[in-house]
Design a protein around this ligand. Structure first.
Ligand code: ANZ
Ligand code: ZN
Length: 832
């Protein structure tokens, strides 16, 4: 209740909990954040997407940060009058649901949908500006049906295929992992050591898009995507230019190609190495080396790629008892098997040039193989120093290449190889095809039927979705090395869609990254049941203008989503080739310098913080802590101070609201406060555009202080400039702290939500900074007076003073010994 004490409202306290209840109910009733699909709506369109949530439990501090950030961006555009699409959804397939179901003897859906409801409730309380009518869950058959539909489109174009291959296998989760899901040799999910297994698996042919994934990055450069992410993607795709060189192997009809980035060093190749786990090594092994090789190969199978390539480990290997011929020197070179050569990169075999490649040199020195320098770099002999010389130089010992530099030599040797038909220039990528099949239950079933007569038969579109069976639960889902779906025989056994004969369903499910590769397209028409999305709407809203989420997705989700967009574009399904125009990676919320974790016991409970300080204070604290990319250390911030500020801001709005009516003409108001208000608008607009939300908040804080001063010791609460300032405070706070903003706006006498279309333009007349007078002295005597802006820099002021003609007259013929600058009021030129 408002108590009036003299002309001051004093007992207005900001009651976070009461405001939350009041305004949450209002928003739910009024739905202020609906996006308008109609083409007749001619407001500028803005598409803002927060990376969707995984329903692992209730919301945590990390969610609180990322959704506060995304909300500032969306709300800013709502305020500026845009037609904003700001949707929400859940990435609701995946292992944790399945593991919980095994523990609780239940179905993964039970855990998943209960958590989604809890999170949805928390999101509503958190006050984010989303269009709730577009909510989606990837585990709904209405959604995953379209994963299957897309898979079939990929399959038809040979962009989805099955092959045998060495795959990453997690012995704990009993499933395969994509390369991207193996972190330093360990399973990304459970931390177990990943082993290699040969299995038949489904892949997406993302490598067909390797060049475009790299080249299209120029659309993302220039500050649109963080450089760090672009670099990580570039390295992950790993394009190397070089050559394939074919080597004749004694006793083998077919020559064996190797990939090299340094064909110029071919004359320095002195031995040949095959990956120990490549089938070729097994094939080439001579009988007398068999026992030694088999033992070595067994040992290698236990190592991860990272360990294998570590430069710290001493090199290991086995001579295979075979020889190859160097195609340019004609020399016989021994063939070895070693683990530092990887089976699935290049051709799984290399020409070793020990003088110029450190790995090869380490190997040569260990096994006493010859080292021949073919590029003179001016450095000492690698055979003596143990240090390979990898740089540019002049070719030596290289016949026709002698005297050339590296690049010329590469060109020349490629010409020679191509002429002779023993090699050609080529490009190689580190990127592998995306392994998408998983031997787990809680995912999208792969819509393929295996028929003994017809082979791999796609499930016809009109039979989609292939639904998950709902009679499996608890122990049925336990990892067994094959998919739990294989046990559901009534589900597995079907008639072949082609020949009607007995056949079986594919029992693998899709990697959940398939779900997240196109959900931002589905948001444009989430209820459509005739297609995954409406192309017209997707092209109208897309690509996403602002995408907000964690940088842990640098090489997984963000690469896959880019690949899907390009593939769908090529199928004529979307009109653009890059999904996300701008990417913002928020920092982490940490505590006492460390990531929050159960084992450290430093976790902070979001619900408890909100209960203590309220949603607004928690949001403000997150956003005020620093630029959004920086980590927020909860030990260094003060939600209590945020709460205090919100109280002050609220009182300013309440006092102004009690003292004047909306629509008051501000032009007669206090000019100093008006200037502060308009400068605040100007600075906040710039700060929001630059995604410096903390700076914007600091400016609102200053304005609150200025307005309060005007109320207490200036023109008083009834001054129209106070109302103007208070209204700007309500509008700008609506981006960060929606509850106090709505309530303040109502106290200011407005009806309807503050959140839409209320942004003001700064009045240019009020932005002009009035000039101040600067005295220019020469030898402490006043010689000139300059009119300068109050915020002029010292350098600029010194330059102006020295250029003054009046001052010059007294400087002439003398030596300037010193210039003392006291910006903006004084410059003293000391002469001698
Ligand atoms: C001869 C050579 C001489 C090489 C030299 C380098 C320096 P990036 O840049 O990563 O593409 N290589 C080829 N296939 C390999 C495999 N399966 N496992 C491990 N190493 C492999 O690396 C290309 C270089 O890595 C190739 O160029 C090859 O060594 C090696 F002075 O060939 B080079
Ligand atoms: Zn058949």
């Amino acid at each position: 209740m408002t108590a009036v004490d003299g002309d001051q409202v004093t007992s207005d306290v900001y009651d976070a909990r009461a405001l939350q209840e009041k305004w949450q109910a209002r928003w739910e009733k009024d739905n202020p954040f609906l996006a308008e699909d109609s083409p007749a709506d001619d407001r500028p369109r803005r598409y803002v997407v927060d990376m969707f949530a995984y329903p692992s439990g209730d919301l945590h501090m990390g969610h609180a940060e990322v959704y506060a950030i995304g909300d500032v961006i969306a709300r800013y555009h709502f305020q500026r009058g845009a037609n904003v699409l700001h949707p929400i959804g859940w990435d609701s397939f995946g292992l944790p649901a399945e593991n919980a179901a095994i523990r609780n003897d239940s179905h993964p859906a039970a855990w998943t949908y209960a958590n989604i409801e809890t999170q949805a409730e928390s999101f509503r309380r958190y006050g984010i500006s989303v269009d709730w009518t577009r909510r989606l869950h990837t585990s709904d058959p209405e959604y995953y049906r379209w994963n299957q539909w897309m898979f079939l489109r990929f399959f038809e174009r040979d962009l989805a295929y099955r092959k045998d291959g060495l795959v990453n296998w997690c012995p704990q989760d009993q499933t395969v992992l994509a390369n991207e899901q193996v972190v330093q040799g360990k399973c990304e999910r459970c931390g177990s050591d990943v082993v290699r297994r040969s299995l038949n698996q489904w892949y997406f042919r993302i490598t067909d898009y390797a060049d475009r994934l790299l080249d299209d990055m120029d659309q993302l450069e220039g500050g649109n995507w963080p450089d760090e992410i672009l670099t990580m993607q570039r390295n992950w795709i790993g394009r190397s230019h070089g050559a394939d060189v074919r080597f004749e192997i004694e006793g083998r009809a077919e020559p064996v190609p190797v990939f090299t980035t340094r064909p110029d060093t071919l004359f320095g190749a002195t031995f040949f190495v095959v990956a120990a786990d490549a089938p070729l090594a097994d094939e080439l092994c001579a009988p007398e080396q068999r026992a030694e090789f088999d033992a070595y190969r067994a040992q290698v199978a236990k190592l991860s790629d990272i360990e294998r390539q570590s430069t710290e480990r001493p090199k290991t290997g086995v001579f295979l008892g075979r020889y190859t011929i160097n195609p340019v020197t004609g020399e016989r070179m021994p063939v070895w098997a070693a683990d530092y050569v990887l089976a699935d990169y290049g051709h799984g075999a290399i020409m070793a040039v020990p003088a110029h490649d450190q790995r090869d040199l380490d190997f040569a020195l260990r096994f006493d193989l010859p080292v021949r320098v073919v590029v003179d770099t001016g450095e000492p002999n690698p055979a003596e120093t143990g240090i390979a010389t990898a740089g540019d130089g002049t070719l030596v010992n290289s016949g026709p290449l002698d005297g050339l530099g590296k690049d010329e030599a590469i060109e020349r040797i490629i010409g020679i190889l191509e002429e002779r038909g023993t090699g050609q220039g080529t490009v190689n990528f580190r990127l592998r095809d995306w392994l998408l099949s998983r031997q787990r239950f809680w995912g999208t079933p792969i819509p393929i039927v295996h028929c003994p007569e017809c082979g791999e038969v796609p499930v016809p579109d009109d039979q989609l979705p292939v639904r998950l069976p709902d009679n499996l639960k608890g122990a049925d889902l336990a990892p067994k090395g094959i998919s739990p779906l294989a046990a559901a025989s009534d589900w597995v056994n079907v008639d072949c869609p082609k020949c009607d004969g007995p056949a079986t369903r594919d029992t693998d499910t899709m990697d959940t990254f398939v779900d997240s590769s196109w959900y931002f397209l589905r948001y444009c028409s989430p209820q459509l049941d005739t297609a995954p999305f409406d192309r017209e709407l997707v092209d109208r809203w897309g690509p996403v203008d602002n995408y907000i989420g964690g940088k842990e997705h640098a090489t997984l989700h963000l690469l896959y989503a880019r690949f899907f967009t390009k593939a769908l574009h090529d199928m004529g399904l979307v009109g653009f080739t890059e999904p996300f125009k701008q990417l913002l990676n928020q920092g982490q919320v940490i505590n006492q310098g460390k990531a929050m974790s159960k084992s450290l016991g430093n976790g902070v409970d979001l619900g408890a913080e909100i209960d203590t300080y309220g949603v607004d204070a928690v949001r403000l604290t997150m956003l005020f802590a620093g630029p959004p990319e920086d980590d927020v250390d909860w030990a260094d911030v003060s939600p209590a101070a945020s709460l205090k500020f919100l109280n002050r801001a609220f009182r300013v709005m309440a006092l102004a609201g009690a003292a004047s009516a909306p629509g008051t003409d501000p032009s007669t108001g206090d000019r100093e406060l008006r200037k502060a208000t308009h400068q605040t608008i100007d600075k906040i607009t710039a700060a929001i555009e630059a995604q410096r939300f903390n700076v914007a908040i600091a400016r609102v804080m200053e304005l609150v202080t200025a307005a309060r001063k005007a109320i207490d010791s200036g023109p008083g609460a009834a001054d129209p400039a106070v109302r103007e300032a208070a209204e700007v405070i309500a509008v700008t706070l609506s981006l960060f702290t929606p509850y106090v903003a709505e309530e303040g706006w109502e106290r200011l006498g407005h009806s309807g939500s503050v959140a839409i279309g209320n942004w003001r333009a700064a009045d240019p007349d009020l932005l002009v900074q009035e000039a101040v007078t600067c005295v220019v002295q020469v030898a402490s005597k006043v010689r000139d007076k300059l009119q300068v802006p109050p915020d002029i820099s010292e350098e600029e002021l010194e330059r102006l003073a020295l250029a003054s003609e009046k001052a010059q007259a007294f400087i002439e013929g003398k030596q300037i010994r010193k210039v003392v600058v006291r910006a903006p009021k004084l410059v003293n030129i000391v002469v001698g």
